[in-house]
Design a protein around this ligand. Structure first.
Ligand code: UT7
Length: 374
């Protein structure tokens, strides 16, 4: 019997701190008009010191688990798509796994720039369809504000922070992630890059002085690439799913630039009401942009069981990715969500307590064996 991978839960987190275009115009040589006209962005959520990629990923993951009504112990795997991980290592996914008490789960990060979430969703769906796992948590989380040069007007106005997550589950019922397209053209790697801090140029005074740990982007070339691959990937994935473009009920593209979305929408001949856009309030949140947009589309009642969804991302690598999804989930009611959030809090407190216990035990064990081996 064929297996299918359905999205059964979703959640998001955006830092409450909002920075408008006018706020930016007071600090750098830009204007609200320029940013709106060239990008469609009006404001973005920016993490405060207390917020970080792992913290946002954990919040989005918990919301997704509550909406899915699964136990953390049922989760087989946690994948976090991010280009701004909490640390070089351990993986942010391991921090999420521990914080949600997913004691049976494996965990890894996936880096495919702004295409990361769709890459992760495709990988997870493949594992479920192949029978390897049954329940997978997929998160897209970014703190881009920590790697943009706030004096570079060409990049800092574009990005925002946030996280979105989904729970994917196996079932014999047809539907869910029906087809995927993953693409890469590494020859364009230099067009969107953080050159410093990796093995090629390890972090040091030199890399800091030459601002190599900030995002560098050739905006025009990325723009040209994006308008092309969005259309191509959409056409291929829809064909792989055995659908036609006029069956698409909702197109959820990566939220990088309103003009890129408009150009792709026109080329694909999709009516504007079948396209979801929220970049005016978020900017480009990279791997978090599509799951955040999906959550907002569901909240706005734009996604119904039976709908055909098309998700398309593009970004650093260069990479691109698309998924065709036949939606099957229904929205849980508010009382059910409140109840699950309350029991969730207890479960997460217990998970935190256990993790602390293990940490203390490990430290005590290390100290004791040091004394004994003297
Ligand atoms: O997730 C993938 C991430 N990246 C993308 O999706 C980015 C794709 N590219 C884009 O979205 C667009 O290329 C940008 C929005 C980044 C730039 O728009 P553009 O229409 O391609 O502008 P441009 O880079 O050609 O710059 C036009 C002018 C330049 O001035 P001059 O040389 O014509 O005098 C820039 O210096 O606009 C200037 N400029 C700005 N002016 C005011 C660049 N940034 C700003 C700014 N405010 N923030």
């Amino acid at each position: 019997m064929p297996r299918y991978a359905h999205i059964v839960g979703w959640g998001k987190y955006a830092p409450p701190n909002v920075v408008t275009n006018s706020d930016l115009a007071q600090k750098i040589n830009t204007t609200d008009e320029w940013i709106r006209e060239r990008t469609g962005i009006a404001e973005r959520h920016i993490a405060t010191e207390k917020e970080s990629t792992a913290m946002m990923a954990i919040n989005a993951a918990r919301a997704a688990i509550e909406s899915a009504n699964v136990s953390s112990l049922e989760i087989d795997l946690v994948i976090v798509a991010t280009a701004t991980p909490e640390y070089q290592f351990p993986a942010t996914a391991c921090l999420v796994q521990s914080a949600i008490g997913a004691e049976r789960a494996g965990a890894f990060d996936l880096e495919a720039g702004c295409s990361g979430f769709v890459y992760a969703l495709s990988a997870a769906a493949g594992m479920i369809r192949g029978g390897m796992y049954n329940t997978i948590l997929v998160v897209g989380a970014e703190t881009l504000s920590r790697i943009v040069d706030w004096n570079d007007r060409a990049t800092c106005v574009l990005f925002g922070d946030g996280a979105g997550a989904v729970v994917l589950r196996g079932s014999d019922q047809p539907g869910g992630v029906m087809a995927s397209v993953l693409g890469s053209d590494g020859s364009g790697g230099e067009l969107l890059i953080v050159p410093g801090g990796g093995a090629r140029h390890p972090a040091g005074p030199e890399t800091v002085l030459s601002k190599m740990h900030y995002v560098r982007m050739n905006g025009r070339e990325v723009y040209r690439f994006a308008t092309r691959v969005m259309v191509e990937a959409s056409q291929i994935v829809v064909e792989r799913a055995g659908w036609s473009l006029d069956q698409i009920d909702l197109f959820i593209p990566h939220q990088a630039n309103g003009r890129i979305i408009e150009s792709a929408t026109k080329a694909l001949k999709l009516a504007p009401e079948r396209v979801f856009v929220n970049l005016q309030n978020y900017g480009n949140t990279s791997a978090a942009s599509i799951p955040i947009a999906l959550c907002e589309a569901i909240d706005a009642d734009k996604v119904e069981p039976g709908d055909h969804l098309l998700l398309v991302g593009f970004g650093a690598g260069l990479t691109w990715a698309a998924c065709a999804i036949q939606w099957t989930a229904t929205k849980p009611g508010v009382p059910a969500l409140r109840h699950r959030a309350a029991t969730g809090r207890l479960r997460y407190a217990w998970a935190g307590f256990k993790a602390l216990g293990w940490r203390l035990l490990r430290r005590t064990d290390a100290a004791v064996s040091k004394v004994l081996t003297r």
